[in-house]
Design a protein around this ligand. Structure first.
Ligand code: ARG
Length: 714
């Protein structure tokens, strides 16, 4: 008996389930979580959170442009999300003369709201379990490829059955490493317009220095509005469109937060890997992430030199730079946290325990090889992981790594076609050229490309690099700058004008000898290449990983499990919770920050810590209106112990009544191991206090009409 208990605890270490841990499916809240949530302070019924037939909380939560979360906060389709989620759209709508990123923006009326080129929000309609249906199509004798094929065929059917003639987007996803399947029905709206944003000095206050850190003082929010046709259906942009009348929108609470208050978050967490084996963690810490970090930093440094010299270049590259910088710091934080907490060793211990169970008679045939297979996979792919991360770093930071490949395919079709067909292809080609070349800055691109090629060619040791890159390296003695200079002199891909020339005088011969085209094709081919040996390793791995999860659950039938994040809607609940007192924080208890701390960080004209004059003056006068805390201070950010990850950015933080109290926007660096192991002592969500958001809109920006549109409760 004793042994059994010990055994169970070992597994609980792998997947401990406590109130604060877990990204739960809405359809199971009633059964798995509702009683627990009620004890903690929830006053809503499960049906009020998720209902298929009636309007419920879930109708106010949207996925924002594919990568973030947002919430509907008025009967006229107002959308609230993070500043860093709206960043790309805000930068796109800005010019050096009308610089909304720098100075902020508030539409005085609906007709002044700004439509970015492409931005969509996705409403969640319903979900259901199709595990039995899908898994009935497969058996243990199938190869992984056969299995995948059978599953994909069934998925295609399910998607078709549920999309109501194209009205909905249906997505079937695998959970628990292919042990369960669910489908999700969504409705997308593509006319989404910018309503307002604070200046970057507020929305991104603290910059990359404060990113992923607590204590924090960032007004990380921006506002949009969803438009629909007059019947409320999704519609392409049109001046005739009207604000969407949502099924549900969130009331906003001015009551503020106290330590231990119930807090729940609904949103679209992107990816966690809580079942990741120890070998995977080791691979990431030693091979993958160091390459990722090095390549990101190199790209950032090269970009920044040019961004600092020119406002237009800064705007054109701001969003890309911010994205690279965000994950540069994240990955370094993961290396540090996983190393410090010896996460791989913790997992290895649990795997050893599992291996004992797996080799018992009765289990052995199915599970006996699982751990050995996983370990074999990682030991054989470490060098590839390093190589792939340098290659991906190159593709992520250099436009000319992938652009000639994609543009070249269009040019190839064009050059190969007869006159009539050319006339048909031309408009599309021209549109693509205009889109891509409008914002490219050649000196920056040359620097990034040369530096990244060199890093990739010289650091991907232990794995065969892309053949054309190897050839250039040998020819130019790894002086990739010399290669890039020369290639940019002769390539047709460097400017819009040269591409225009090519279109006038198309020649397949010229295209196929173009050095940037050759390079780009080589890089993409390398990125996609998969040797037979690798394909086999991958197949063995996916089977073993699926069995690991299945076996661990079988060995532990009474535990409550939640699936890893995969960009599907989840709920996490917990409470407002401090971290141990931090002397950098001015607040009495370390679960919130105030404007006092914000102003203390202020550095005039600093790129990260500058603040608007007006904000400083209003702070001096304590001009906080009804938004101050009852103790008189102006709250800025607060902490909860919810379980979130990237993709949850912009998610609503709700009190027990389902009222909005904040917007989630970050995690803390100490808990960066959280995506593979949840640490209940360390892991926190960093949120903007909704009172600060309202104060910025109403008092600081003078956009009271926007606050008046919301339902404020006190
Ligand atoms: N760390 C935040 C996230 O991944 C993004 C914060 C953006 N702010 C910044 N200073 N880069 O959701």
């Amino acid at each position: 008996m004793k042994k059994l208990v010990l055994f169970v605890t070992m597994f609980i270490m792998v997947l401990p389930v406590r109130a604060d841990e877990g990204m739960w499916f809405l359809m199971f809240i009633e059964r798995l979580n509702h009683r627990d949530m009620q004890k903690m302070g929830l006053q809503l019924t499960a049906e009020e959170i998720y209902s298929i037939n009636n309007h419920s909380l879930k109708d106010a939560i949207v996925q924002f442009d594919g990568g973030c979360t947002a919430e509907i906060v008025s009967k006229d389709g107002l959308v609230l999300t993070n500043h860093h989620c709206g960043y790309d759209a805000i930068a796109e709508l800005s010019t050096p003369e009308a610089n909304y990123l720098k100075n902020g923006f508030w539409a005085a009326s609906r007709k002044d709201e700004l439509k970015p080129k492409s931005l969509y929000v996705r409403f969640f309609v319903r979900m259901d379990d199709v595990s039995k249906r899908i898994l009935s199509k497969v058996n243990d004798k199938m190869t992984e490829a056969e299995r995948e094929k059978a599953i994909n065929e069934e998925i295609a059917l399910i998607e078709k059955e549920n999309n109501e003639g194209g009205k909905y987007t249906v997505s079937v996803r695998s959970f628990f490493q292919g042990n369960e399947y669910y489908y999700f029905v969504y409705q997308d709206y593509t006319d989404v317009r910018l309503v307002g944003t604070p200046p970057e000095s507020i929305g991104k206050f603290g910059g990359d220095t404060d990113n992923w850190e607590w204590p924090r003082h960032t007004g990380d929010f921006s506002m949009f509005r969803v438009y629909a046709d007059k019947d409320g259906n999704p519609a392409e942009y049109s001046p005739e469109n009207v604000p969407l009348k949502p099924k549900h929108y969130l009331p906003v609470s001015l009551n503020g937060v106290q330590e231990n208050d119930f807090a729940m978050i609904l949103g679209y967490p992107g990816r966690t890997n809580r079942w990741m084996p120890s070998g995977g963690i080791e691979q990431n810490v030693k091979y993958a992430y160091p390459a990722w970090v090095e390549s990101s930093k190199l790209g950032m440094d090269k970009m920044k030199v040019h961004m600092d010299k020119n406002d237009k270049v800064r705007l054109d590259y701001a969003s890309q730079y911010a994205g690279v910088a965000n994950y540069w710091k994240n990955r370094q934080g993961m290396i540090d946290a996983l190393t410090k907490h010896k996460t791989a060793a913790t997992k290895a211990k649990a795997e050893a325990e599992f291996n004992k169970w797996a080799n018992k008679p009765g289990n052995k045939e199915k599970y006996g090889n699982v751990i050995a297979t996983l370990n074999n996979y990682y030991s054989k792919t470490n060098e590839k992981a390093r190589h792939d991360n340098y290659l991906v770093g190159l593709l992520r930071t250099s436009a000319f790594a992938a652009l000639p490949y994609s543009m070249g395919r269009g040019l190839d079709a064009y050059a190969s076609a007869d006159d009539a067909a050319r006339q048909q292809i031309l408009p599309q080609l021209q549109a693509a050229i205009d889109e891509y070349y409008g914002n490219l800055y050649e000196p920056l691109e040359k620097d990034v490309l040369a530096a990244q090629l060199k890093l990739y060619a010289t650091k991907s040791t232990g794995y065969k690099i892309a053949p054309y890159v190897a050839k250039i390296g040998a020819e130019y003695n790894n002086d990739f700058k010399a290669f890039v200079d020369k290639a940019f002199e002769t390539s047709i891909f460097t400017t819009k004008e040269r591409l225009g020339e090519f279109i006038l005088h198309p020649s397949l011969e010229v295209l196929k000898a173009d050095p940037l085209y050759l390079l780009s094709n080589d890089l993409i081919a390398q990125y996609r290449a998969k040797s037979d040996e690798q394909a086999e390793l991958d197949a063995e791995f996916s089977r073993a990983f699926r069995l690991l999860v299945q076996g661990m659950r079988e060995a532990n039938p009474d535990a409550k499990y939640y699936p890893d994040a995969n960009s599907t809607l989840r709920l996490t609940y917990g409470k407002v919770r401090s971290l141990p007192k931090d002397k950098r924080n001015d607040a009495k208890v370390n679960y919130y920050t105030t404007m006092k701390g914000e102003v203390a960080k202020y550095k005039p004209n600093d790129e990260e810590f500058d603040l608007p004059k007006k904000l400083l003056e209003m702070y001096e006068k304590k001009d906080f209106g009804r938004y101050a805390d009852k103790d008189g201070y102006m709250p800025v950010n607060f902490l909860t112990d919810n379980d979130i990850t990237g993709g949850n950015s912009g998610s609503p933080v709700l009190n027990g009544k389902g009222e909005l109290i904040g917007i989630a926007f970050d995690g803390n660096i100490e808990a960066m191991a959280g995506d593979v192991i949840f640490d209940k002592d360390l892991q926190r969500t960093i949120n903007v206090d909704i009172r600060y958001v309202l104060w910025i809109i109403d008092k600081f920006s003078g956009a009271k009409h926007i606050v008046d549109e919301m339902t404020i409760v006190k």
